[in-house]
Structure formats: structure tokens, C-alpha cells
Design a protein around this ligand. Structure first.
Ligand code: AKG
Length: 298
């Protein structure tokens, strides 16, 4: 299992996500390059893109923008023969800059399974290998009268697996946006040894101010882990208005960094001593009463 070492994370709050997929990808490439340079300070070890970064966000867009990834858990993946343009570009970027990359999410079509569509995050190591994918498990189907109605399940299917992966600096759990509302996911990841949960996300102007920060602090404090969420920038000309405020929270629930709502790259330094001192000082991880309630991670 990966040990926790100091690392630097960069969240790219990507702007200008329009209808031209090639343009979206080109812009993401440019911003990865910029993030990898470290913004005048240390280069990051891990770069994160936001949810749905290559397509406008909305269930009507997913069928048109979906790409076939055909990843099989536990089997090597041949990027060169991938049918996914986004996978090829992200893989090349991870390799070129020698960074771990969580490639936000993209609409994915699974040709092996009736062409079902998913909201999928892809993960690359510094050699450019695609080492994990996460299909959003909990679809964003909500209705708040007069404020927001959104129904991802109109075109998408929910993923059926939880996702964790090891880097050379931490074990990381991966979710996408609405997944953050389901504490079981982060709890299971933490009990399986994850030091951080990362969620590419895109909250909105109704639920963003209510819950975006609160949920990340809750997941962090409950599980004594680092939590980061990376949003697209707010674009009031788009169909969906993202909240922005990409954020990293430490195991005490303290905000390490928070962006505004425009395009921006923010960095956070992950300090293992905070992880250790939090768990030593408030030892809930060793005080659980599995004789009274079940251990959900086993
Ligand atoms: O949970 C929320 O309030 C927003 C979720 C969301 O925007 C998403 O899953 O894309």
C-alpha cells in the first residue's frame, strides 16, 4: 500500500468549455502545461481537471460527445490504439510533464455493453499509462422547484465500482461530484487506507453555496483524510452555471486553498504530519465500535 509522503496538488478550474471538443481539449492541454510549471513555485505531483471538461455539461450533450475508452480493470491498456481522443491527449500530457493526472471526467460510451453512457474520470501515471477509471456511481438527478432540475440518468448509467489507486506519494480514492454526498464512498476508501479523496465536480449556483465546502469538510473530518474537488470555471453563457470554488481541505477540515469562480489554477501542499497528528490527537480511527455497528469496509 502506498505510504503518505509530502506532495503538491494542482486543481485546474478550467474555463471556456464550449461546444468545440477539439478546442476544449487544446485548452485543457495548455492549462495542464501551465499547472505543471508550478505557477512560480514547486511543480505539482498531481494535477486534476474538472468534471465534464471536454463537453458542455448536460444530459443532452453526452451521447454526442461520448468516447469509447474500453478500459479493463487489472489489464494493461494500450493508449496508442485507444479510440478515445481525450485519453490519448491526457496520456501524452501526463507523460510529457511527468505528473500524475486525474483527467476530470468525460462522457464515455461502452460499446461492449449496448453503448451505455457514463460520466467517467480517467487517471494517468507519469509514464502516461491509463491506470484507473472511475464511472460516476451516483447520478445527479435532482429537482429543487424554481431553482434547478437536472437528470443525468436521462442518458447516463451509474458506475458499479468504487475506485482507489496508489501513487508514489499516497493512496487516493476517486469520486465524481454528486458522489461526494454519499459518505459511504469516502468512508470505505479511508478504511481501505486512502489518504485523500479527489472529486472532479461541478456544483451549481443553488447547491454550491449551500453544500460544496460543507460536504468536503464533512468527508475530511469524518474520515480524517484530505479532500479535494475541482470545478470548471463559472460561465454564465453556458447552459449549466458551475459554482467554481475548487477546494482542498485537510483532515482537520481546514481549507488549504480555495479558488474564486473564474478560470484559475490553485495549488495545495499536502503535509503528512497533519494527517498523522490529526489521527493521533483525535483517535476516532482506532475507537470505532464495530461490536455495535458493522465495519462497512469489509
Ligand atoms: O450535489 C450537488 O449539489 C451537485 C452535483 C452535481 O452538480 C453533479 O453531480 O454534477
Amino acid at each position: 500500500m502506498a505510504a503518505l509522503r509530502p506532495f503538491r496538488i494542482a486543481l485546474i478550474q478550467l474555463g471556456h468549455i464550449g461546444h468545440d471538443k477539439s478546442q476544449n481539449l487544446k485548452h485543457a492541454q495548455e492549462m495542464i502545461k501551465k499547472a505543471a510549471s508550478g505557477g512560480g513555485s514547486k511543480p505539482p505531483n498531481l494535477i486534476v481537471l474538472p468534471e465534464c471538461f471536454n463537453s458542455p455539461y448536460g444530459h443532452k450533450y453526452f451521447p454526442e460527445y461520448a468516447e469509447s475508452v474500453q478500459f479493463k480493470q487489472g489489464e494493461p491498456y494500450d493508449v496508442q490504439s485507444s479510440k478515445s481522443e481525450s485519453v490519448k491527449i491526457l496520456s501524452a500530457a501526463a507523460k510529457e510533464h511527468g505528473i500524475w493526472l486525474i483527467g476530470g471526467s468525460i462522457p464515455e460510451r461502452d460499446d461492449r455493453d449496448d453503448g451505455k453512457l457514463y460520466n467517467t474520470a480517467t487517471v494517468y501515471n507519469p509514464n502516461g499509462e491509463l491506470i484507473a477509471i472511475h464511472r460516476k456511481v451516483h447520478l445527479f438527478d435532482i429537482e429543487i422547484p424554481g431553482k434547478i432540475t437536472f437528470k443525468e440518468s436521462t442518458t447516463l448509467s451509474g458506475g458499479t465500482h468504487l475506485t482507489t489507486f496508489d501513487t508514489d506519494f499516497a493512496r487516493i480514492g476517486l469520486g465524481i461530484c454528486y458522489d461526494v454526498r454519499f459518505p459511504e464512498m469516502a468512508m470505505i476508501a479511508a478504511r481501505k487506507g486512502c489518504h485523500a479523496m479527489i472529486y472532479p465536480g461541478a456544483f451549481n449556483l443553488t447547491t454550491g453555496p449551500l453544500h460544496w465546502k460543507l460536504l468536503q469538510q464533512a468527508r475530511a473530518v469524518d474520515n480524517q483524510i484530505f479532500v479535494g474537488m475541482c470545478s470548471p470555471a463559472r460561465d454564465l453563457t453556458a447552459d449549466y452555471h458551475a459554482w467554481g470554488h475548487s477546494l482542498v481541505v485537510d483532515p482537520l477540515g481546514e481549507v488549504l486553498v480555495e479558488s474564486g469562480h473564474d478560470e484559475e489554477i490553485v495549488y495545495a501542499d499536502i503535509d503528512p504530519s497533519v494527517f498523522e497528528s490529526t489521527r493521533r490527537g483525535i483517535p476516532v480511527t482506532t475507537q470505532r465500535r464495530f461490536d455495535v455497528y458493522p465495519n462497512v469496509a469489509v
